[in-house]
Design a protein around this ligand. Sequence first.
Ligand code: DGJ
Length: 694
Amino acid sequence: MIQCWRLDDARQTLVLGVRDNHLAEAIYWGPRLPDDENLETLYGAHEIDVTGGMLDVNPELSICPEATRTFPGQPGMVVRDEMGKSVLPTFSFDGVEQSETALTLNFADAENGLTYRAHFAIDPQTHLITLWAELEGTRALNLHWLSAPVLPAPQLSDEMIDFAGRWCGEFQINRTPWSAGIRTRENRTGRTGHEHFPGLIVPCRGATNTQGEAYGFHYGWSGGHKMVAEELPDGRRQIQFGNATQVEDEARTLFKTAPLYVTYSNSGLNGCAVAFQRHVRDRLITWPHPERPRPVHYNCWEAIYFDHNLPELKEIATIAAGLGAERFVLDDGWFGERDDDTSSLADWEVDPRKYPDGLTPLIDHVRGLGMVFGIWFEPEMINPDSNIYRAHPEWALGREEQILGRNQLVLNMALPEVRDFLFERIGKILADHDIDYVKWDHNRVLPTPDADQTRGTYALLNRLRTAFPDVEIESCASGGGRTDFGILEHTQRVWLSDSNDALERLKIQHNAALFLPQCVTGSHVGPRVCHTSGRVLDIRFRAWVAAQRHMGFEMDPRELTDEEADVLRRVTAWWKANRDWMYHADILRLDAADPAVVAEQHLHEDQFVVFAGKADTSDQISPRPLRFTGLDPDAMYRVDLVNRDEIARVALSRGRSMLKTGAMEVSGRYLMHHGVTLPWSFPETMWVIEGHKI
Ligand code: DGJ
């Protein structure tokens, strides 16, 4: 007997089918099918043939492949009983709950006393499908591995795209050709990590940023994930995502995966990117002040580091406000006796040596300048050199003998007394001061990965947010080490990287846009000489790169020349004038013909802006036209260069290209199929082009 169900939105259909009460299979996932498609026929049609050297019937590539059905690849769960004996389930269909946009399939294994539930929910507006799995036992079980419901990967795909990275170099794209066998990514650091963003894009052959088919995956969990992309000997491909293996310390009767977010796109990688961006912005994030425009940040870290001095901070705040900043963030160094990174984490009380009258004089000054005030914490960490560690060494996670990271240990967030302590200390700072914002840092990996740690952190975040609903929170972990949709359900911004080098940032944020919208992605104008690369970059480039995302400044503003300050003021004013519609815009990565150009188009309804960053010198002597995307081909657009003033600086641009002297009116078709010929430019510069439908 065959039973099938479908979930649809306007652009995709996912069909699940059960035969003979076995575990379900995703038998189709792709463009929206006709309403009257016969799903039972599809079930029969999707089955692959049997020839010599195969089993007599092909085991299903089910939503949780079972070893007991002779599945020739990685199983969807690995479980042992409390005695350590393998539990090898064989599930049977046990009912379904379905609404128009959601489906839960229930399966039972009576012999082993197990229940497996697979959940699927489609969002017709954002086009994301959310999947998660639950495993319940009548007796306690030890979980080694549980995948979110497994989906097939397309056959007409030659490669997969996943992400590597490092401190100051997040979101590096890996392209790996498909071949027989497994590509595994497993993050055992206990946090999302710079190195292991939990995402995957499987483009079909020929797909680019702007066209073709692609499948996107993101696992929304901050404790480290495992991904399995496997091609079976029979050619079928499966994608599994779940928590890293062996992260459940205790035997339990109920386990749940985090949500796996997936989408099918018929508009290139951008179709996936837009679905992810919109889902984060419109579904996951909860804003304390939804009506308030995203405020321009000033963060003092790279200006003063640990050297806090009230008159200087006031001076810096005054200059930052004059440049256009609207939020002042006091970074590390305000508490305990924190004069460097060797001490005081967990001693969350204001340092009376640096702030004899507390933080209020600084906060009043900041508020008097019209800015709101934010403050840094690193709640999950403790220095051995701290009063709290001396009082509670047992609060630290892991063995006494262990390698420190940035001179610190991790607090055991599974302990209620640790969470109570943090709630009380952080809560006191928030309750006693006029604080609008917390930067929540996490600067080392865990001694060993542990899912309870992540659950404990989420619980503390929930409790603080309930008690202080007006406070926004930024997720930071030495830059982008905790960037994922799990943390974004509890926070409102990510500090994408500690690299304030605009050239590096241009690329990092361009790749991160495959998943992240503009409004949550922090980007700051750094010092003239970049502190993490030594590179010297012009203020125009630094300012425009920051203006691509949630804009902020992080240099010591006293270093700015009058001319630099003037440029920064103007670009910030441009950002403020445009931030309302840019909040709603999709970031579309452009297919630049010139690999030296990193270009993206922020598009909302009839308005767009293109940022064309010149990351390198070009091979050819003249700029190649840059094709835009997502426009109405038959409409006319008025296109203009926002930063025309910068042309005067490029003496080597001698030609007549039209945008140099004024706006032009051309069709969407021309913009998308010929593209705009930009003026010649130096590397490490940016052209900014605005467009409006006429
Ligand atoms: C790492 C962060 O990424 C930086 O921005 C800064 O907050 C430091 N920690 C402070 O210690």
